[in-house]
Structures are given as structure tokens and as C-alpha cells.
Design a protein around this ligand. Structure first.
Ligand SMILES: Cc1cc2nc3c(=O)[nH]c(=O)nc-3n(C[C@H](O)[C@H](O)[C@H](O)COP(=O)(O)O)c2cc1C
Length: 168
């Protein structure tokens, strides 16, 4: 079982990236994670470039997805939405038939009390219209404190997310 993990943040000390890494840490035996680190390298989406031979970075993303059994995304929230860089990544997958039916765990993480629920709603809406199979969702409120205190409840919640994603 291989999960491709994507953090929707480009920030060096990103909480969303830390959540994704923690999900990998608590994953049960037999579940391996690959981390996508090319978010900032994807060109701005335009249908003009979305041809039979897309840009190499886009092809690399699609190849990683083709080799994975499921996808885990954790998005930050910017102005009640997902970051444009993450929406850009998803736009590159809209017309790619390989994305249809992809099992996805959709997460948001924020220092706020609602954990970035607006961004999560938008992410789920986008994934749904792209015909992904959104298996489970989760918000991580107060993310910075919870990561700093090695929150056991957060570890258990993430383990449950990974179990849901890897269940056949
Ligand atoms: C431009 C900007 C807009 C933001 N808007 C929101 C918001 O609407 N809701 C929220 O909960 N946090 C918001 N935040 C705070 C982010 O959740 C916080 O910076 C978070 O750590 C970003 O995720 P990251 O650590 O994964 O990079 C915003 C931050 C920035 C810089």
C-alpha cells in the first residue's frame, strides 16, 4: 500500500507538511508514504500546456499518482480558501483520466479554532467534481500547539485517517 502525500503549503516550517509527516509516522506496517515535493515547481496551469506531452513537472506528478494506491492532502487555509499553489496542482489533474476514482484523504490544518474548515470544504468540493473518491476528511485546529506538544489524540486521529485510506 503506497500513499502519495501532498502538503498544500510552500512554507519551510509548514504545519501542513508536519501533519503529513506525522501521518506517515503513525501509519500501520505495510503502508508506505511518498512525499510530493514539487508543488512550487509546477507551472501556472493553462490548457495550452495541458497537451499529450505536458510539462515535465506535471508528468512527474501524474507518474507518482499512477504509482500510488491513494492520496493524502493536507491544506493550509489562506483567506478562507486553499492556497493557489494547491489549486494549481489540482487543475493539472482535472483532465487527466488517471485521477478519476483516486482514493483521497482530505485534511486541513490551521492555528485557528476551526482548523481551516473553509479551505477543507473547498478542497473537498474540487476533489468531488474531479471524480475523486474522498474517503475521509479531517480538520486539525490549533495545529501549532498540537504539533508542539506531541498531541497523542492527533496521532490517533491521523492513524485512523491512514487506516480509512488504506482499507480496501
Ligand atoms: C495570507 C494569509 C492568509 C491566512 N488566512 C487564514 C484563514 O483564512 N484562516 C486560517 O485559519 N488561517 C489563515 N492564515 C494562517 C495560516 O493558517 C497559518 O499561517 C498556517 O500556519 C499556514 O499553514 P502552514 O504552516 O502549513 O504554512 C493565513 C495566513 C496567511 C499568511
Amino acid at each position: 500500500m503506497r500513499i502519495l502525500a501532498i502538503s498544500g503549503s510552500l512554507r519551510t516550517s509548514s504545519s501542513a507538511a508536519a501533519v503529513v509527516r506525522l501521518a506517515a509516522e503513525v501509519a500501520p506496517e505495510g503502508v508506505g508514504f511518498t512525499f510530493f515535493d514539487g508543488l512550487g515547481d509546477l507551472p501556472h496551469f493553462t490548457p495550452d500546456l495541458d497537451t499529450e506531452a505536458p510539462p515535465a513537472t506535471v508528468q512527474a506528478l501524474r507518474d507518482l499518482l499512477a504509482g500510488a494506491d491513494a492520496l493524502l492532502i493536507c491544506t493550509p487555509e489562506y483567506a478562507h480558501g486553499m492556497p493557489g499553489s494547491l489549486k494549481n496542482l489540482l487543475d493539472w489533474l482535472v483532465s487527466w483520466t488517471g485521477f478519476v476514482g483516486t482514493r483521497v484523504a482530505a485534511l486541513s490544518a490551521s492555528p485557528s479554532a476551526d482548523g481551516g474548515s473553509y479551505a477543507l470544504q473547498w478542497l473537498v468540493q474540487t476533489l468531488t467534481v474531479m471524480s475523486a473518491d474522498v474517503v475521509t476528511t479531517m480538520t486539525v485546529p490549533f495545529v501549532k500547539n498540537r504539533l508542539a506538544t506531541a498531541d497523542e489524540k492527533l496521532r490517533q486521529e491521523l492513524a485512523a485517517v491512514v487506516r480509512a485510506l488504506s482499507a480496501s
